[in-house]
Design a protein around this ligand. Structure first.
Ligand code: GCO
Length: 255
């Protein structure tokens, strides 16, 4: 049977940082397109309730509690998935943190924590997934970038550097894995209504700046990443590689 272009039936997607926010929205969208999903979070309770909600909607859900900065936990998770015969066809490197502080006041430990969580984790988890995708001759890696993958904003330097790194990591993955049938791409969300941005939404001047600066004149909703995620996870993007697709209401492209 010829697989419909955007159909993910029979595929399994691991989405890191998916017990809430953008990650959960994308996991739900991939499930609605037919995929089984492996939800991930560091908090077992939050993970279990997110998984229960998706199961109640009729989706096939596995739970993978691990801290994306803990390599031992990552390797143990992949060994456990192997043992259970759960093949990861689609990886969404979404887990990330934000930390806002001018660089002259920024501790090196905070810098390292953001880089480890937002960039190094994508390399380590991507490496483990690719080791298993390459022998199968196919796979999808979707890295979650940001507007700051291409433009800086004051007070968020480590986040900006990590997200800039995500764009180039995506291209490095393409350089090494595309010939093995793996498509690695990125999504650059704009200003989305997530927990990470609550303080910004509640800050009137910042909120007004986002609304005025965004051609769509509004913040984005997590569900608005789903279409791009399904496209990059499906056969529809089999010749799309090393790209970053901005889902930002036009913010990055318009002065
Ligand atoms: C910030 C925000 C941004 C957004 C997003 C924009 O402090 O400016 O947290 O980083 O979350 O990444 O693309």
């Amino acid at each position: 049977m010829k697989r419909a272009l955007f159909d993910l039936t029979g595929r399994t997607a691991l989405v890191t940082g998916s017990s809430r926010g953008l990650g959960l929205a994308m996991a739900e969208g991939l499930a609605e397109a037919g995929a089984a999903v492996v939800l991930n979070g560091a908090d077992a309770g939050r993970l279990a309730s997110a998984a229960a909600a998706l199961r109640a909607a009729g989706h096939t859900v596995h739970e993978a509690r691990f801290d994306v900065t803990n390599e031992e936990e990552i390797l143990a998770t992949f060994a456990d998935l192997d043992a259970r015969g759960v093949e990861i066809d689609i990886l969404v490197n979404n887990a990330g943190i934000q930390f806002r502080r001018p660089m002259v006041e920024l501790d090196t430990a905070d810098w390292r924590r953001v880089i480890e969580t937002n960039l190094t984790s994508a390399f380590v988890i991507g490496r483990e997934a690719a080791k298993r995708m390459i022998p199968r001759g196919r796979g999808k890696v979707i890295n979650i970038g940001s507007l700051t993958s291409d433009a800086a904003r004051a007070t968020v330097a480590p986040y900006t550097v990590a997200k800039g790194g995500i764009k180039m990591l995506t291209r490095a993955m393409t350089a090494e894995w595309a010939a093995h049938g793996i498509q690695a791409n990125a999504i650059g969300p704009g200003y989305m209504l997530t927990d990470m941005n609550t303080a910004l939404v509640e800050h009137k001047a910042f909120n007004d700046w986002v609304v005025a600066r965004t051609p769509a004149r509004r913040w984005g909703k997590p569900g608005e990443l789903v279409g791009t995620a399904v496209f990059l996870a499906s056969a529809a993007s089999d010749y799309v590689n090393g790209q970053i697709i901005y889902v930002d209401g036009g913010m990055l492209g318009v002065l």
